[in-house]
Write a new protein. Sequence first.
Lengths: 801, 290, 172
Amino acid sequence: MMNLDEIFVTRNWVGKSVRRDEDIRLIKGEAAYVDDLDMDCAHVAFLRSVYAHARITKIDTSKAEALPGVIAVVTGPEVAKQTKPIVARAITQPAIQYVMADKKVRYVGEPLVAVAAVDRYIAEDALELIDVEYEPLPVVVEIADALKKDSPLIFEEAGSNVLLHDTLEHGNMDAAYQEADLVVKEHFRVHRYSSTPLETWAMIAKHEKGNDSFVVWANDQQPGRSTANVCNTLGIPNNRFRLIVPDSGGGFGIKLAIWPHIVILCLLAKKVDKPVKWVQTRREHLLGGSHAPDCDVEIELPMKKDGKILGLFIKDIENDGSFVHTAGIYGLIKFATMVGCYDIRATRAELLSVVTQKGPTVQNRGVGKPTMIFVLERMMDIAAKKLGLDPVEIRFRNFIQPKQMPYTTPSGEIYESGNYPECLQKALSLSGYDELKKRQIEMRKNGKYIGLGISAGIEPGTSNLGYYYTSRGVPEYMGNAEGAIVSIDYDGNVNVVMGSVDQGQGHATTISQVIADMLDIHPERVSVDSHLDSLVSPFLGHSGAYSNKFNDVDLGAVIMATKKVRDKMVRIASHVLGVETGGLQVKNGAVCSRKDEQKSVSFQEIASLAYKKILLLPEGVEPGLKEIAYYKNPMAKLPSRDDFNVQITHSNSVHVVAVEVDVETGEITFLKYVIVHDCGKQLNPGIVEGMTIGSTVHGIGAALLEEFVYDENGQPLSASFMDYMKPLAGGLPRIELAHMESPCPYTLLGTKAVGEGGAIGSVAAVANAVEDALSPFQVKVVSLPITPQKVVKAVKETKEI
Amino acid sequence: MIPSKFEYFAPASLAEAVSLLSKYQEEAKPLAGGQSLISLLKLRLASLKYLVDLAGIAELNYIREEGAGPSGTISIGALTTYAQIKESKLLQSKCPLLPQTASVVGDVQVRNRGTLGGSLAHADPAGDMPAAILALKAELKAVGPQGERWIQADDFFLGMMETALSPDEILSEIRVPVLPDHKMIYRKAARRPSDFAMVGIALCLKARDDQTCEEISIGVTGVTDKPYRAEETEKRLRGKKLEPKIIEEAASAITEGVDVMENMHASQDFRSHLARVYVSRAIAAAGIRS
Amino acid sequence: MKVPVEITVNGTRHRSEVEPRLLLVHYLRDVLDLTGTHVGCETGLCGACTILLDGEAVKSCMMLAVQANVRAVETVEGLSVEGELDAVQRGFWEEHGLQCGFCTPGMLLSAHDLLRRSPQPTEEEIQRAIHGNLCRCTGYQTIVKAIQNAGDKMRAGKPSAASSSPSTRGRR
């Protein structure tokens, strides 16, 4: 943490729930999402595979091309000839996949043919005229199918459906097993789900015939990476591709890998004399718009009888579906903080990424941490039960203590600060835990089953994406960094351009608060463009919105650029006022003498010199007041197998939940939901609260409702919001939120991760509460989601959800 | 997610609508609120050449009482929306089952557009209104080229989205009896509040002060390919005292003779179980005299 | 074959010739260029396309444009008067009732439908009233507060409580 006095000249805005600047245009319906951009476009529709696995024997598009209004058509085989395969990152086996299906299809929904027509109505009409012949192949749907010796191969060149198999061990696991009084083991199955933002993927591509270049407007969440991937896949120089990201209707990770479709749109745009637009249908989104993988996790805790955990083993098998780009990532990031909030000195993680005929996967909110915390926090309850300990007590006995901070996990991740025991204590008292326990006993007498669930979770931030390459060797991308440009305009107002993008997180408001306090001006004088234009925005190879990195490196870049501008203004003021820079201060939108505030020059006057009266500038000062800064968190280091320090900040939270389970109908009703959350310094508590609650509801949906279900032929059964059930306003708890504040010593403002935490902690807490409610029936929760059907069946017969 | 092309008609009278349907037969379909049909058209699951929009026919939207006393009835025009039914004071006081059921159909937007006639003619196997119509033993008026005819609710639902209406007939009116001494209840099991029923139970029950069941009718939805009357369960309760054991025994017959549906949300077993639980709870709730 | 329609949108009467299969949401977005009404699911399950038809909330992706013939449509663009946020919009702004904003126009119009029928709704009534509107960002809690806030404002008869007009200086 920097000395805040070096950053701020006032403390008027940071830390306050300032209303969001972004909201006005959104509330008035004046936002400009991709589909709203006023352009004369051709519209694209995709014909997609109806088989999960099949060889393509014929594609005949002649009838479609003859339909009046159809402008251009591209097929998978044509695209494969013109592009390089999709780049893989984490997997070690070779697997060749193109942005469209080439010789065979590997999942239902894989793009086969793209049609551009004068409007979307005709584009869809044309799809019905395309003749595709398939030769169906045997399918591989579930992890167990993929692992069978004689399993059909999805990528023949890989020689296996396991594309990554690695074991990472830190500390002495063998000793942990030897010293243990017992080993608690369990096997969990976590389902497939996804954030499914309300706005689907959308993009417009335009080909500039003059210089054979492309301009693309897309709701891309990681434009830095996409720019590189599109150029590489198309085989074009970087300066022939310009990416613009306008307003985006939610991301949550799901828009991190839309670039393969940008490639397709570019190829279509080349054939058409005007821009081509594609807005993904919801069905397309649910089929192939990326999911969090389902997974199988075996877990073992060697323990002492007093509840002390000596080691942690997981065997984590991810069903990464059929997208080589992201395959393998989940296991690796899960592993980075696998010990959660606990002082466990030895870990072993055996990680497998398998391909199947399910849809593509991508980094979904919390990337693997919701699952890791689910299995770990379930294990705490299961171990407690085995040892006759209270679930609260076993957590207290294993927590990392505040005096151990900064704490280095066996694998090398550094937890910078936090007070986990106090966080739990606070959550217990806020929820009236003891009262609820009493009520539980009372209600059971009347045949009512209420249960209490606790989870303690870690929410890391600012991921060093170099970890993707852990099993392959040297990373192609690494570092925890971002860029920003800050300028003072003619009027003395501030303009900010980011290297990152916003999908609803309120970046612009937060940035304007920070700059307002750095320059002592009203935030209304700060205009932030949180959109991106690759021609002007200061982006890096991994720039984008991911891993809760905003209030670390994104803000870091803003602060550094603002300081540069401020220093320059002070230097100019010094010349104008004839006062040494050391004798000057920034106050109320001006630079003035510390001794005599009457000696003052406003930002506007300084800007006038910098832009217009250039010859009056002091010697050696460049004209203009625009500064660029790239900020790398100084703690970042190259991740390696031995020192797997991937993330910089670590927020933590405790969720306490009370539910009532109707054992006849399987219905689950919330009685209480309390979160105590520690994300270090809060810059805008309203924004933090909004994201934390929204994120929590997301996890509740994952725990109880949402699931991508496939039948044995690999046909997706959750292809609309009818069957892919997101939470509605009813049936949710009223979430009570309280905060602690353990500032992060490694970020400029003491901030930590915000955004994913709710989704990480809630899944486990809800599952623990349900199991507790059903304890009179000896039901164990080892899978998700917890549906009414599973509850009733478990109570009546199987004793297992 | 775009409908195929079709030709559109907006007749101003029922007669005109019937003549269009009789001209185009299977190639045409009447459109009411469109909350089911538009969806099918967009998915291109239903394709048709001619769409006959009934919205312009003013004579199909009303709720009115006919006759008075125990033999009285209430007539409801087929284009009356769920929202109108939910908010109708007349129905709330004289046939509360309909407003109660309508209030849990879909969401506000669906209830503002969707119509009673549309729901019944569409005959979704998990629709809510059909269960209520069965429990009320309503009569349905169909108007076709040969004039009008009345169909008993019990005879109306034939199978998966299949009714007794012929392609050139339009359901124009639903007539329900006024049942002053009956308890009426609709109970629905759904994953989320606005979802289709995994099981829906509509119940009309007349019980004496001593809890003896005098008359009962039960409409069931969501369980099989069409909504149905739970006749065996009714039979086991008629004339009996509404005691837990009797109710349980009667509830166990709720899916008797029925081929129970199965999908990702509910297996056959679970659905049958839910039907038993929900009918028991509905009866228990209705059997207690207030 | 195109058919003539006459639809009043936000108080302005529009005459157009449309294909019968044209969805109302596309009529609003593509023909009238009113892009505040969004498409989130196409199957009538997310409510992002909610508008008011003769004052009642309906999903414009579940309707044909021809079905709105000679009727009155209100969209999000018609809510603010002379640039001033109306009570519901203001409630959403004050209570942080949105994040990405994609569901917001539909939420605003569902809120209008509710507050017209029930000026002082309970928390549960509000939840029921927005069952047809999905939001992934907020978890609904602040949306419920926003609608309560709007109800309070409307009952107090001050559609725009504050005198200062919020700026729209944020760049689009």
